[in-house]
Design a protein around this ligand. Structure first.
Ligand SMILES: Cc1cc2nc3c(=O)[nH]c(=O)nc-3n(C[C@H](O)[C@H](O)[C@H](O)COP(=O)(O)O)c2cc1C
Length: 375
């Protein structure tokens, strides 16, 4: 059995965290990972206050083990830097109607009916998704509900850290560079996730293999570092531990699980994809993110228009992608975020089976393979 500093920190058996993946890391998936001795982190980035409270209650009903919540706290939105004019002149918010018309044209060309507002926006009475007020409303709920672990997927949770710690919560931040790791550590973070370029979702320019040891060298004497990005089996976990990580934050390996909050077509896209199947695009949230190539990413690659910055691209993309999902066309139009390791995923399975393989593969690699190499 492999135990590290983060097992003590979080009160878990195995140094494996389910990455917070927006929509995909459901309460059911997080609870399954926590029940298997890892730490399940729900991906709540797109949930408003009511949705968040519902997910927390659902997770608590399924496990008495520690669990966590991941949301985004992008500095650009909190500072208002996203409201500045674009390099070609206009304010991004003024372009939303024109961009929505382009997205409507895309749907019409695909023969897809538009979705209604209440299908697109889960809590239309709340602040706009991914706006500053939206992020603040989420944090109020997470603190009120005394969630045991909080992870910030973008930006620093610094302004909330005292209140989170006062609840006894542990706080994580996901970083993609050494510079960002150095910025968040003085905020009092309990652990850092170093997520490399290979990973699914919002993306670092630095490859996982190079990023992990450099983040460990920079901050590993003060906080434990978790490796992330392209880790899909026990060999990847063992490699991250060899690079100095105290554990791993695993996302894509759980996308093709029965409990993941994906449409069947999205799970099939994961199973079908090879290591070449992803691309880094701003087409979904306005920030570079690794996702499976699709008609939607191609549309933006071929467009003369750049995607808008966060949160405005969401206001363009979400209506179109929701309509594609409702039309049963997610596999070709919205297969979703995923990392480069998905070529190793061959079937949709229960999360407990995926966890069992990760644990056995990690132990086997650290033990048998290491011994074989050493002779
Ligand atoms: C479908 C999907 C959704 C994601 N959504 C989020 C998110 O909402 N917040 C976040 O911090 N990271 C998000 N990520 C990134 C993951 O937390 C994690 O860093 C990444 O999945 C690790 O790389 P891997 O997919 O190769 O395991 C997402 C990743 C995927 C694949």
């Amino acid at each position: 059995m492999t135990r590290t500093a983060i097992c003590e920190l979080f009160g878990i058996e195995h140094p494996i965290l389910l990455a917070g993946m927006g929509t995909a890391s459901t309460p059911e998936l997080a609870a399954a990972v926590s029940n298997a001795g890892g730490l399940g982190i729900m991906g709540a980035a797109g949930l408003g206050p009511r949705g968040l409270r519902d997910w927390i209650a659902r997770c608590r009903a399924l496990t008495d083990k520690p669990f966590g919540i991941d949301t985004l706290l992008p500095a650009s939105v909190r500072r208002g830097a996203n409201l500045k004019p674009l390099s070609n002149g206009p304010l991004p918010q003024d372009l939303v109607p024109q961009y929505r018309a382009m997205a409507a044209g895309f749907l019409a060309d695909e023969g897809i009916q538009p979705a209604t507002d209440d299908q697109i926006w889960p809590e239309p009475d709340g602040p706009p998704m991914f706006s500053k007020d939206f992020f603040e409303a989420q944090m109020d709920v997470i603190i009120e509900e005394r969630v045991p672990v909080y992870a910030s997927g973008l930006g620093s949770p610094g302004p909330w850290i005292e209140r989170l710690h006062a609840n006894g919560a542990k706080v994580l931040a996901v970083v993609g560079t050494v510079r960002h790791a150095r910025q968040v550590v003085p905020d009092g973070i309990d652990a850092i996730v170093a997520q490399g370029h290979d990973g699914g979702g919002h993306n670092s320019p630095i490859g996982t293999m190079a990023l992990i040891p450099q983040v460990v060298d920079a901050v590993g004497d003060r906080v434990p570092v978790l490796g992330a990005g392209g880790i899909v089996d026990g060999r990847g976990i063992a490699a991250a531990l060899m690079l100095g990580a105290s554990g791993v934050w695993v996302g894509s390996a759980f996308l093709a699980s029965e409990e993941a909050g994906l449409f069947d077509g999205q799970k099939q896209a994961i199973v079908d994809a090879t290591e070449e199947g992803t691309t880094v695009s701003r087409a979904v949230t306005g920030k570079p993110a690794r996702m499976i190539q699709s008609k939607w990413t191609k549309f933006w690659e071929e467009s003369e228009h750049e995607p808008l910055p966060m949160p405005f691209q969401t206001q363009v993309a979400r209506p179109a992608l929701t309509a594609a999902n409702l039309a049963g066309r997610s596999q070709e139009i919205n297969p979703g975020f995923a990392g480069q390791g998905i070529g190793m995923i061959k079937a949709v399975r229960p999360a407990a089976a995926i966890m069992a393989d990760l644990i056995a593969g990690m132990d086997e690699t650290l033990d048998a393979r290491f011994k074989a190499l050493r002779g």
